[in-house]
Design a protein around this ligand. Structure first.
Ligand code: SF4
Length: 115
């Protein structure tokens, strides 16, 4: 893996781990050990890709950016109870197929259960 990709992955991980609180971009640069110029370029790139949100905030009397991840951790809990996991028809199920996830009632009610 190249140094650049490694840096991007580390940055994304730190932003993701900062959760709903986000992270000041200057703090991220410090953790990564990069210059503010290199860091800003990285943040802009992530924003263009849609993986983070940059929010302008007043921090210690100066305007700065706080970074928030738009990604979420995927865990096994995320798919707990999904009917597809035990479905006998899964091998016939695809968009436009004999079984179609877009029209499957079991899947729909698992995604949006009625309260
Ligand atoms: S979408 Fe429905 S039919 Fe398709 S695998 Fe899942 S539960 Fe089975």
């Amino acid at each position: 893996m190249s140094h650049k990709n490694n840096l991007e992955q580390r940055a994304q991980k730190i932003i993701l781990e900062s959760g709903d609180d986000g992270i000041m971009q200057s703090e991220l640069w410090k953790k990564l050990g990069v210059s503010s110029r290199e860091g800003s370029r990285l943040a802009l790139k992530f924003e263009e890709k849609g993986t983070i949100e940059r929010r302008k905030i007043l921090h210690e009397g100066r305007w700065s950016y706080k970074l928030f991840s738009k990604k979420e951790y995927v865990t096994l809990d995320t798919i707990n109870g999904c009917p597809c996991m035990i479905c006998q028809e899964i091998d016939k199920c695809f968009e436009g197929g004999l079984k179609d996830p877009l029209s499957c009632l079991d899947l729909s009610s698992w995604i949006s259960p009625k309260s």
